[in-house]
Design a protein around this ligand. Structure first.
Ligand SMILES: [Fe+2]
Length: 317
């Protein structure tokens, strides 16, 4: 038995308090039909529940995001998942740090811990299954054997929908304060940053290189959701499909420095983005990632086209 247990990887970092997953995001847009069309074409499963849309990906029925109607596109809140045994310790931590607990927003059934972050964004920590990956996801390509055709015709090419949410990038008025709040209160860890411009944080119980990232702006806001896919072909086929559906603006194909992922960003109807992302670095539960401060000119992307001039514009500001 002992020998068998030796091969079971721990699913939590012992003795430390930290959220394990980014469970769900919620935002509002003026036209739910527009959102339904964009995310369906992107490859997500979009279903209506009550007055909301729910977004799921292909690897599980988990709802990664919900969308409601509002006067203009605006980020509303993030819900992070915690292990059941960590709920009370988190409640005590909030109290000890003087973080005010709030009532859930009207209409929310969840009775997690609700509070504001350093920017006034609404955040929830709730007991939930771990939906961040427990290991690095598969990524690759198949090479045809000699004498065998490697590609079917374009009309027969099948798209592979994104497998799961990888991360979200928010704008913040103060990247240092974001790092401080999300590490000290939520127990995330700094993966890498570039001065005061951008920071990437991961979960301590096994997580992608970033579960959440923060980019500097004059106001809070949402920049992109990132969705994990399994190959360069998946990224390219997704981007080409979106182009054919009229979602022609974006950035890619390229490869990031921090996180190392291959990417193609598709601009959504509100000036923010959804990213097809593949092969992002993974931080195992027993790994202390060596975080670094990287110069701006050497931290954004390794190769790819120039980004659009307004790529980092905050349209929620
Ligand atoms: Fe990203």
């Amino acid at each position: 038995m002992t020998a068998i247990q030796g091969f079971i990887k721990p699913n939590r970092r012992p003795g430390e308090l930290g959220v394990h997953s980014l469970d769900r995001f919620h935002f509002v847009v003026p036209d739910l039909g527009e959102a339904q069309n964009f995310y369906s074409e992107f490859g997500l499963s979009v279903s209506a529940r009550g007055n909301r849309l729910e977004l799921a990906a292909s690897a599980s029925p988990h709802v990664w995001g919900t969308i409601a109607e509002g006067p203009r596109k605006k980020h509303q809140y993030l819900s992070f998942g915690v292990f059941e045994e960590d709920f009370e310790p988190f409640a005590k931590r909030l109290q000890a740090m003087g973080v005010t607990r709030l009532d859930p927003p009207a209409g929310e059934e969840s009775n997690g811990l609700w509070f504001h972050d350093h920017d006034g964004n609404l955040v929830e920590a709730k007991v939930a299954p771990k939906v961040s990956p427990d290991e690095k996801g598969s990524f690759g390509s198949t090479s045809a054997a000699p004498g065998v055709r490697g590609q079917t015709s374009r009309s027969q090419t099948k798209r592979t929908p994104p497998r799961r949410l990888s991360h979200i990038l928010l704008f913040t008025t103060d990247v240092r304060k974001a790092i401080d709040f999300y590490t000290r209160v939520l127990g995330l860890r700094l993966s890498d940053h570039s001065g005061d411009n951008i920071a990437f944080l991961h979960g301590i119980h096994g997580s992608d290189h970033h579960m959440i990232a923060f980019g500097r702006s004059s106001a809070p806001g949402h920049h992109h959701f990132s969705w994990d896919v399994g190959s360069i072909d998946d990224i390219g086929a997704g981007a080409t499909h979106m182009l054919g559906k009229g979602y022609s603006q974006g950035w890619g194909l390229g490869r990031h420095v921090l996180g190392s992922n291959y990417f193609h960003y598709v601009r959504d109807p509100w000036g923010s983005y959804s990213e097809y992302s593949g092969d992002i670095d993974y931080v195992p539960v027993d790994c202390d990632w060596p975080s670094g401060d990287h110069p701006p000119e050497d931290s954004f992307y390794v190769w790819g086209p120039n980004p659009p001039s307004d790529f980092v514009h905050n349209y929620e500001a």
